[in-house]
Write a protein that binds this ligand. Structure first.
Ligand code: ZN
Length: 161
């Protein structure tokens, strides 16, 4: 049995696009993340982080017709847990398609979304770390130094975070 523990379905519902169409345009998985407090004060909404690392942040506002901001995901440890995320280097500000929007409108939204997500992923890509033990591609927030993921830090070296 396969259980999808990501929040990709929730993201597709918030953006009013099909989950398959969402995956085809921007990949996944996407996770709802806790936000850095001062960012939370600025704009209400749900922050999703995803793609490799993760490297991309998508902030969906709480409005009836939500704004969608796309940018680079940057994490910040506050104490030991949890890792808090924020959206930086915004690459686009979009508006979700209206309910029952014509498919051309949804397609156009998805194309804009894809472009913005790809741009954000490209900006973070040089910072990603390839773990030399398990070959995982992780964000520096989930790495120990420049060649070790945190999971292998614990499993191989017994590092406790
Ligand atoms: Zn590893």
């Amino acid at each position: 049995m396969w259980i999808d523990e990501s929040d990709t379905t929730q993201l597709s519902q918030r953006l009013r696009v099909g989950p398959r169409e969402l995956l085809e345009s921007i990949g996944g998985p996407w996770q709802v993340s806790e936000r850095i407090a001062e960012r939370e004060m600025e704009r209400s909404g749900t922050l999703f982080v995803g793609r490799a690392g993760p490297s991309v942040a998508i902030l969906v506002s709480d409005d009836p017709d939500p704004d969608v901001r796309i940018g680079v995901a940057v994490g910040q440890w506050q104490g030991v847990w949890p890792l808090l995320w924020s959206l930086t280097d915004e690459t686009a500000l979009l508006r979700t398609p209206e309910r029952d929007a014509p498919s051309a409108e949804v397609d156009s939204f998805l194309a804009d979304l894809q472009q913005a997500v790809d741009a954000a992923a490209a900006r973070k890509a040089p910072a990603l770390v390839v773990c030399r033990y398990c070959s995982a591609l992780v964000a520096p927030e989930h790495a120990v130094g420049e060649e070790l993921c945190q999971a292998c830090g614990t499993n191989v070296f017994g590092i406790v975070y």
